[in-house]
Design a protein around this ligand. Structure first.
Ligand code: NIG
Ligand code: FE
Length: 394
């Protein structure tokens, strides 16, 4: 049995209102004991039990590791030139995905794996301890299957996104591609995937094709997520709710009907403000969603086209500054909210029995995550009770 005590925590975010004050369950002058990867004890600093190893937080803030419930880390190449063109005034469209598909198909497993590992390490360095990773830049049976194998080597939260866009070779017969995705591609990918996702959008998949693919995935035992209402209003949110998806992601353009559907369901609205930042799109109205009773998560959407960042503190800062979220709501959405979006009850909070995944800030409060944007505020990341950084963000 190995134990690790994090002592002299100035401000501890537990996300457990029964353990501490307010919705973030805040304790002051606290300590946390991790034993065999789990939290075994939380309490006042002076009363902390003995442990094999002790970390002195020296008055800093400690919070649950970020749960990034939406990323696309299996790809090759980058699209910096496309970003620069956008900043000169060109519009973002789903079409740019094709250039990453070409680069990904021609990359070796070694290159794709090294890139995914580099990005997971980068995410971890900014406080992420759980990360979901999608396929979606292969778009052949073989390339999607290997994308998921590579995703599964860096995380257990893997998502089959064969329905990202229709690849060029099926341009004249998109229905045939949708059948391939729901049939042989799903058969090859399901053993490596926990989730299935579809990009429901003009230029990608319509509601009927998406429904057929998602129902086939559900029949194979996969949980569902949907890229919904990103580039314009559409049927994505309604479909996600109807099919009981864990999450409707983006939600940039939502109607009053979409809000009602979300608020009366278990489907989380996962907002991805770094995508709006990077595409100069309007930000989703998080305030309106929260006021309507919708559960909101924040995630990075890390991908080479619309959002090339793994940095959850950046997403928190954007959510607070641009989307009307309070600092508390944004921190909750990036931790407990992400856990809800992945239907995980073991991460996203710090209380007896939860996974010992936590971040020690180089700051006295979580407020600094939005108040001091762009500064390195992560002092140390512990996952599964381990300090040494050998573990990824699973
Ligand atoms: O979530 N919306 C679809 N997929 C990605 C973008 C992928 C790309 O541009 O390469 C997203 O924003
Ligand atoms: Fe995405």
């Amino acid at each position: 049995m190995t134990s690790l005590l994090i002592d002299r925590i100035g401000l501890l975010v537990t996300n457990d209102p029964w353990t501490g004050a307010g919705p973030l369950g805040i304790l002051r002058n606290a300590a946390v004991l991790a034993e065999n990867g789990r939290i075994a004890w939380v309490g006042p600093s002076g009363e902390a039990p003995e442990a094999d190893e002790r970390v002195d937080a020296d008055g800093a803030c400690v919070l649950p590791g970020f749960v990034d419930s939406h990323s696309h880390l299996v790809f090759a190449g980058d699209r910096a030139a496309e970003f620069a063109a956008r900043m000169r005034g060109e519009e973002y469209s789903a079409g740019g995905i094709a250039s990453t598909v070409a680069a990904t198909r021609s990359a070796s497993d070694v290159v794709l794996t090294a890139n995914a590992e580099r990005l997971v390490a980068e995410a971890r360095a900014s406080g992420t301890t759980t990360i979901e990773v999608k396929s979606g830049y292969g778009l052949t049976v073989e390339d999607e299957e290997r994308s998921l194998r590579i995703a599964a080597s860096v995380t257990r939260e893997t998502t089959f996104l064969g329905a990202h866009v229709v690849p060029a070779e099926y341009r004249d017969d998109p229905d045939e591609y949708a059948k391939l995705v729901a049939g042989p591609m799903l058969d090859a990918c399901a053993p490596h995937a926990r989730w299935a996702d579809v990009f429901v959008e003009r230029g990608a998949f319509d509601a009927d094709a998406a429904e057929a693919i998602l129902r086939a995935a559900a029949a194979r035992g996969l949980g569902l997520r949907v890229h919904a209402n990103q580039l314009g209003p559409g049927p994505g949110v309604q479909l996600a709710v109807e099919l009981g998806a864990a999450s409707a992601d983006h939600c940039t353009y939502v109607s009053a009907r979409d809000l009602t559907a979300l608020s009366s369901s278990e489907t989380v609205a996962t907002l991805l403000p770094a995508a709006e930042f990077s595409t100069r799109a309007p930000y989703p109205d998080a305030r309106r969603m929260l006021d309507a009773g919708v559960t909101v998560a924040l995630a990075s959407d890390c991908n080479p086209g619309s959002s090339y960042t793994t940095n959850m503190p950046f997403c928190i800062a954007l959510a607070v500054r641009e989307m009307g979220m309070t600092c508390e709501e944004a921190v909750w959405a990036a931790t407990a909210g992400g856990a809800r979006a992945l239907r995980r009850s073991d991460v996203g909070w710090l209380t007896k029995g939860s996974k010992a995944d936590l971040t020690i800030l180089a700051a006295p409060s979580y407020l600094h995550l939005a108040y001091r944007p762009g500064t390195p505020l992560i002092r140390e990341v512990i996952s599964g009770g381990e300090r040494d950084g050998r573990r990824g963000a699973e």
